[in-house]
Ligand binder design. Structure first.
Ligand SMILES: Nc1ncnc2c1ncn2[C@@H]1O[C@H](COP(=O)(O)OP(=O)(O)OP(=O)(O)O)[C@@H](O)[C@H]1O
Ligand SMILES: [Mg+2]
Length: 443
């Protein structure tokens, strides 16, 4: 996955995101450059810093979607955050460094999952042994060889049953994992977060042993999975890998950056904390060290992708230092009727496929003719034109409106085929779209 060529990355994205080729290409190249950099000799490697990207495009045209799909594919630590959520250091709220801490936590989870699946056999064996030991009467020490052999034989028999799942309903008593006080980053300022962590440690120390509880074998499997992972995998090692993954492959998707820009024409009503957040971002984007639960993380090579609609403000309204740290600019196109049609039908999990699948659950086959699909795209486009352009999200509101009755009454139509034809769509939407005011309310 790591050494996909830019072309391959774009091909992958094409399955989910229609159009927006510039944005796809830019991001694909940025990711490839990561890989290229890793092949360089050590001393050049340190100097090649990622070129951060600023995506500009109005709402609902696929900015977040591109980032989301990429993250899924690459299996890299990825976090999407809203820039407007942060406040300047010293004010109440989340400081920008917490995004690195969150990213670190995500990375650790990724690493643990991948190590778990690499060691799945060991982990399963651990769980199996633990449960069977609970089910069999314990073997007293110093018994005869005969007894031991008997014990082993019944152990093997139990193993067979366990694997066949015929023990799943039995009840056993197991020790619940000690309650962890490992709280999520709660938005406290760093100093307080440290205190919180120390308290967690102390409490965790007292509470080493968890309570015993009677559960079914099936539940026990799940409960023991975490314990097994902790017993068998070396936590420090995991943390080390997780830090490396963040430092070398982490991606931060900074959504809604336009919301922290201060428009130059907003006379007098300057919001100091917005600029403060921008200033706090500078060192992180450029590269600095952040304390996290895993250890110190260096942000030099984390890739930042910022995105925003920039309706009320312009990229030049960001403080110059921050502008300069996002050298790559890509604009995303607004969606015309043809693209809307393609978004409706082409993506791997397109809206049409989703609705078909949903109604299939009720044993109703939903059918759409070609002209019906065209009409849906047409009405969506019209609604975007006449009122606010909300991009592909308009398709959702339009589809909901068209299918509201079918959805509601689906249970009465079990085993039937329902065709959504142009007549139905016109009945539902024709009047609405003609009148701008009703469009505003209904779609
Ligand atoms: N070009 C596209 N191809 C396929 N689906 C799209 C495209 N653009 C938008 N969508 C769909 O529309 C929805 C909204 O898109 P997305 O979340 O990417 O919007 P956005 O550009 O991030 O908008 P905002 O500025 O409001 O955050 C998603 O469900 C996505 O699947
Ligand atoms: Mg978005």
């Amino acid at each position: 996955m790591e050494n996909l060529t830019p072309k391959e990355i774009v091909t992958y994205l094409n399955q989910y995101v229609i159009g927006q080729n510039d944005a796809k290409k830019t991001i694909a190249v940025a990711l490839r450059n990561r890989y290229r950099r890793m092949q360089l000799p050590q001393e050049i490697q340190a100097d090649v810093i990622p070129k951060n990207i600023l995506m500009i495009g109005s709402t609902g045209v696929g900015k977040t979607e591109i980032a989301r799909r990429l993250a899924k594919m690459m299996e890299l630590p990825f976090i999407k955050i809203e820039a407007s959520k942060y406040t300047e250091v010293g004010f109440v709220g989340r400081d920008v460094e917490s995004m690195i801490r969150d990213l670190a936590a995500i990375s650790l989870k990724l690493v643990r999952e991948s190590e778990n699946s690499k060691n799945s056999e060991k982990i399963e064996a651990y769980i199996e042994n633990k449960i069977i030991e609970k089910l069999l009467p314990p073997l007293p020490s110093g018994v005869s060889q005969q007894k031991k052999d008997d014990y082993d034989a019944s152990f093997t028999r139990m193993q067979k049953k366990f694997e066949a799942g015929s023990l799943d309903h039995l009840m056993i008593t197991i020790e619940m994992p000690a309650p962890t006080f490992d709280m999520e980053d709660s938005g406290l300022p760093p100093q307080m977060a440290n205190v919180q962590e120390s308290i967690s440690k102390v409490l965790g120390g007292i509470n080493k042993k968890g309570k015993e509880k009677e559960v079914t074998v099936q539940e026990a499997k799940k409960i023991l999975a975490m314990e097994a992972s902790q017993e068998l995998l070396d936590d420090d090692k995991l943390k080390e890998i997780a830090i490396k993954k963040v430092e070398q492959g982490g991606i931060i998707f900074l959504d809604e950056v336009d919301k922290i820009a201060v428009p130059s024409n907003s006379q007098g009503r300057q919001d100091p904390s917005k600029e403060g957040v921008q200033r706090d971002l500078l060192p992180i984007v450029e590269g600095s060290s952040v304390h996290t639960k895993l250890g110190i993380i260096n942000t030099d090579h984390i890739l930042f992708i910022a995105a925003g609609a920039f309706h009320l403000s312009k990229p030049s309204d960001l403080i110059p230092e921050l502008q300069g740290r996002f050298p790559l600019r890509v604009e995303l196109n607004t969606l015309d009727e043809e693209v809307l049609y393609r978004i409706l039908t082409e993506p791997k999990n397109s809206l049409i496929k989703q609705y078909k699948a949903l109604l299939k659950v009720e044993d109703v086959d939903l059918l759409f003719g070609e002209d019906a699909l065209k009409l849906i795209a047409h009405y969506s486009f019209l609604a975007n034109e006449k009122t606010e352009d909300i991009g592909a999200r308009r398709l959702h509101t339009v589809m909901e409106k068209i299918l509201e009755e079918i959805s509601f009454e689906a249970d009465e139509h079990q085993g039937e085929e329902i065709e959504v034809d142009t007549q139905l769509i016109k009945d539902k939407l024709g009047k609405v779209v003609e009148d701008e005011d009703t469009t505003r309310y209904i779609l």
